[in-house]
Design a protein around this ligand. Structure first.
Ligand SMILES: [Zn+2]
Length: 342
């Protein structure tokens, strides 16, 4: 039986804003929030964020970097820290609410109050490294969440899937040397931040616990579904995670011109169904999505609604996986085969 879905959103996520054009702006999610309230009323449990504490964020970020964000957020040049990550008066607090919102959902999943949840937050987080923000990201929300789950609930096998079209370099960096977090990223090859090659597999105890699948821009639903179904399902069965966290970026959508990837709205619903199945089979359905990218507000909204529909579906239909040679070629000779059977 399906437990309730938790959704977290809050108008304070509009406060991180700048009076110049940036693809990462409050209009990404403004209409989405209204639609969710109108369309899905009573079908989910709503959550409000708390601010992450200094201790929470220090589990990932250096004190020096945190001090820098605070200082730069009040300077005259909002891009003084990074050329695409602006910092304004309210940016630090909004970033704390973004990270804290994730912790709120994580607590409720661990307490069993909800089965799965989606933190509809901004600014995004997966590019933020321990010592610097970048790519619209200030604090690494998913990294902070995983660290929090380790500390508070003593989890030792957390799976992070990142299907944002960009590589989750920040998250990778945080967990590069550990086997207690398995980080898997599917992303478009040759795109910002230009990391995430298959050879990046982790170090020390973490060798084999970072898996990067850079894919070609022409790839779409068929190839992505094949990669998830062929690789992820087997890896989940072997790792048996205690929770699955998802860096859910929707910028690989065919209508999002930040990338050339051809994913459809429908695919985001389909991958949610697949992840629900893997979570049911491995970790009592504990599944948490955290919003990352998605810069066309319309395709972002439609894709998130497709995701919610899959979350709310009472059954988990079987997703058909079609063989595709060009996707299979990514897996042939991939270094992950040294550590995992696929
Ligand atoms: Zn992205």
């Amino acid at each position: 039986m399906n437990k309730k879905l938790g959704l977290l959103y809050d108008s304070r996520y509009f406060d991180h804003t700048i009076d110049q054009f940036s693809p990462e702006n409050p209009d990404r999610i403004r209409h989405l929030y209204a639609t969710i309230q109108d369309t899905y009323a009573d079908r989910y449990q709503m959550f409000s964020p708390r601010e992450a504490t200094l201790e929470d964020i220090k589990a990932v970020h250096s004190s020096f970097y945190i001090q820098q964000i605070r200082e730069h957020a009040v300077q005259a040049d909002p891009y003084s820290y990074d050329r695409d990550t602006y910092l304004m008066q309210d940016s630090f607090v909004t970033a704390l609410l973004a990270a804290g919102g994730c912790l709120e959902i994580a607590d409720s999943i661990m307490d069993g109050k909800i089965g799965s949840g989606f933190a509809l937050i901004r600014p995004p987080g997966h590019h933020a490294e321990t010592g610097r923000g970048m790519g619209f990201c200030i604090l690494n929300n998913i990294g902070i969440t995983a660290k929090y789950l380790q500390k508070k609930y003593h989890l030792s096998r957390i799976l992070i899937i990142d299907f944002d079209v960009h590589h989750g370099n920040g998250t990778q960096e945080v967990f590069y040397d550990t086997d207690q977090v398995l980080f898997i990223s599917l992303h478009q090859k040759g795109l910002f931040p230009f990391s995430g090659a298959p050879e990046e597999i982790g170090k020390e105890k973490g060798v084999g616990y970072t898996i990067n699948l850079p894919v070609y821009p022409q790839f779409g639903d068929c190839e992505y579904t094949y990669l998830v179904g062929r690789m992820l399902q087997s890896v989940v069965e072997q790792y048996m995670p205690q929770i699955i966290l998802v860096s859910a970026g929707f910028d690989g959508h065919c209508d999002d011109n930040i990338s050339g990837t051809h994913l459809s709205t429908y695919w985001y619903g389909m991958v949610t169904t697949m992840l629900k199945q893997y979570a049911r089979d491995s970790c009592d359905s504990r599944l948490m999505f955290i919003l990352e990218g998605g810069y066309n507000p319309l395709s972002l909204e439609h894709s998130i609604l497709a995701t919610l529909d899959s979350f709310l579906a009472p059954e988990i239909p079987r997703v058909g996986i079609m063989y595709t040679e060009r996707a299979d070629r990514i897996l042939i000779n991939h270094p992950l085969r040294e550590y995992w059977t696929i």
